[in-house]
Ligand binder design. Structure first.
Ligand code: G3P
Ligand code: MG
Length: 248
């Protein structure tokens, strides 16, 4: 039997089966026993921490416009589920406090990967706000921060030196090297295509590797064989089944 190593992180909740970054998607991730859950955070016009992937609400709600231009009250009026399936009609956009409290209620014991979405809009003070909230109580789960925007990770390293921080990228070689040599980074989250090109001894890599988005069975097995720290997948239940089959 192969040794269990690679953890399964549910990307935006369970994005492939539920409306991404919503409580039903996070509930599915908890219920299928995903060892990690990834979400994305932005700031609303009135400074609230909003969990959504895009800068605009257009793709994943029935509304229009940038999160940065809308208040929490306006965002709460939107339907964040119908675009995915009528079954999820009326699903609200959650805030980071709502998601973390929900995970706590579910006694989630995995790792929450909080992605600070500052690569397009550099929301003033978002790093401090996120960390103030996370430090405001004891959680049943552990957490780590990630971002495509390196300066956000530098800010977090100053604000919260003891936290884990990972650099996300499309796997440009110079950015991989920046991540490898940076003392403020504990992990790299490259696009899976970079992993595919690596030899099996990538397991000796000096930082935690958690590629995205690993949805195909053969890609999952490649990551398990390479003994990566984790994968981000839109199909956590499938990945857990594939890993079980691979172990036996
Ligand atoms: O952290 C992995 C992944 O979430 C990065 O890409 O665009 O889905 O946030 P994206
Ligand atoms: Mg993300």
């Amino acid at each position: 039997m192969a040794t269990i190593k690679t953890k399964v992180f549910a990307h935006r909740g369970s994005k492939g089966t539920h409306p991404e970054n919503t409580l039903p998607a996070f509930e599915e991730a908890v219920d299928c026993l995903a060892e990690g859950i990834e979400l994305d955070v932005h700031l609303s016009r009135d400074g609230q921490l909003i969990v959504m992937h895009d800068e605009k609400v257009d793709r994943t709600t029935d509304g229009q416009g940038r999160i940065a231009d809308l208040t929490l009250a306006q965002l709460k009026e939107l339907d964040g589920g119908s675009w995915f399936s009528e079954k999820f009609a009326g699903t609200k956009i959650p805030t980071l406090p709502e998601v973390t409290s929900f995970l706590q209620e579910k006694a989630y014991r995995g790792t929450l990967n909080i992605e600070i979405k500052t690569d397009v809009i550099q929301y003033e003070g978002i790093e401090q706000k996120v960390n103030d909230w996370m430090e405001s109580r004891q959680w049943s789960f552990t957490y780590l921060y990630s971002s495509f925007h390196f300066p956000s990770l530098e800010k977090l390293a100053l604000i919260a030196p003891d936290t884990q921080r990972a650099f996300i990228m499309f796997a440009e070689e110079e950015l991989i090297q920046l991540g490898v040599y940076s003392p403020i980074i504990s992990g790299l989250h490259p696009k899976y295509t970079w992993i595919e090109k690596q030899s099996p001894n990538v397991s000796d890599f000096p930082k935690d590797l958690r590629p995205w988005t690993v949805n195909k069975k053969e890609q999952m097995i490649d990551c398990f064989n390479k003994k990566l720290t984790a994968i981000h997948t839109d199909y956590p239940q499938k990945a857990l089944e594939v890993r079980k089959e691979w172990q036996n």
